[in-house]
Write a protein that binds this ligand. Structure first.
Ligand code: 5GP
Length: 171
């Protein structure tokens, strides 16, 4: 059994989610929202953030992959597309972590072709030291150092997603 160290605990996550929700409610006052959840890693973050927001929120789910054996392959693959329209909607892409930025730069370009009213990015985590593609999230939960993190939706080869904290495996 590998030893998992806590990087960000549940209390810290909850506090930051409260702040992010408040910020989004102020900026989108009186507007309906669409949360576009990137599967599978962002599922937990999407739900927990949405529960804190009073605006009406519609949801779409998209699945992309770029990681194999915990390494970024450099190529983004669309595994599952959205099923509804985002045209004219205030879309917020909900992402678990921005790493090289390739996923978000691919998705931004892809989704902008579908004519949303607005398109923003909200990421739970940001690893700016790893950035390759020029893309930044508009809202960030936590900026972290270059560690491979797991939990709160993030996996280690499909495991550990249900940890209620963000951790890392000690080498
Ligand atoms: P990017 O395209 O920005 O390189 O990578 C984004 C995706 O890579 C994330 O949505 C996530 O699935 C995966 N990823 C990047 N860094 C990590 C990490 O530290 N831990 C885990 N579990 N996944 C990561």
């Amino acid at each position: 059994m590998r030893k998992i160290k806590v990087l960000i605990n549940e209390e810290q996550i909850n506090k930051r989610l409260d702040e992010l929700a408040k910020q989004l409610m102020e900026e989108y006052k009186g507007k309906d929202l669409m949360f576009l959840c990137i599967l599978k890693g962002s599922a937990f973050f999407t739900v927990e953030l949405a529960k804190r927001i009073k605006n009406n929120i519609q949801f779409e789910f998209i699945e992309v992959s770029s990681y194999e054996n915990n390494e970024s392959t450099g190529k983004v693959k669309l595994n599952k597309d959205i099923t509804g329209s985002i045209e004219g909607k205030n879309v917020i892409i909900i992402e678990d972590i921005v790493d090289t930025g390739r996923t978000l730069s691919f998705l931004k370009e892809y989704l902008l072709q579908k004519n949303p009213e607005s398109l923003k990015i909200c990421a739970l985590l940001d690893k700016p030291s790893r950035r390759i593609a020029a893309v930044e999230a508009d809202y960030v939960g936590f900026t972290i150092e270059n560690k491979f993190v797991i939990g709160y939706g993030l996996d280690d080869e499909q495991n550990y997603r249900n940890l209620n904290y963000i951790g890392y495996v000690e080498e």
